[in-house]
Design a protein around this ligand. Structure first.
Ligand SMILES: [Zn+2]
Length: 119
């Protein structure tokens, strides 16, 4: 018996092990972050001080929903592949939303052809 990794014992194999582990760290759904980004700057509250968060919650990446302990770490993150990938997703067409899910389940609005960008 090898048993290299305890997380592999699950029967469902929908994701690769790596993808499954990665998904644990993506807290918010893409659609929620996307909607946050669509809000004008005036509506964004100043970051509240939070002792529980790294750097008192002052260094935040909106795209990735992550907090950083200082500005250097955050800037480093902005340069990272992971952040750029995320940024690309957010700049692209709207990600999967709850409405899509309801439509797929046969609920909500009737399908009137291709969706327009304005929601
Ligand atoms: Zn980021």
């Amino acid at each position: 018996m090898g048993g290299k990794c305890p997380h592999r014992s699950v029967r469902k194999r929908r994701y690769s092990h790596k993808t499954h582990r990665r998904s644990k760290f993506e807290v918010k759904g893409d659609d929620i972050v996307y909607n946050d980004l669509l809000k004008p700057d005036a509506n964004r509250k100043p970051l509240p001080l939070d002792e529980d968060l790294p750097g008192m919650g002052q260094y935040y990446c909106l795209h990735c929903d992550r907090y950083f302990s200082n500005v250097a770490v955050r800037d480093e993150h902005f340069k990272s592949k992971r952040h750029k990938k995320r940024l690309k997703i957010m700049l692209g067409p709207a990600p999967h939303t709850q409405l899509d899910a309801e439509l797929a389940a046969g609920m909500g609005m009737p399908d009137n052809g291709p969706k327009l960008m304005s929601m």
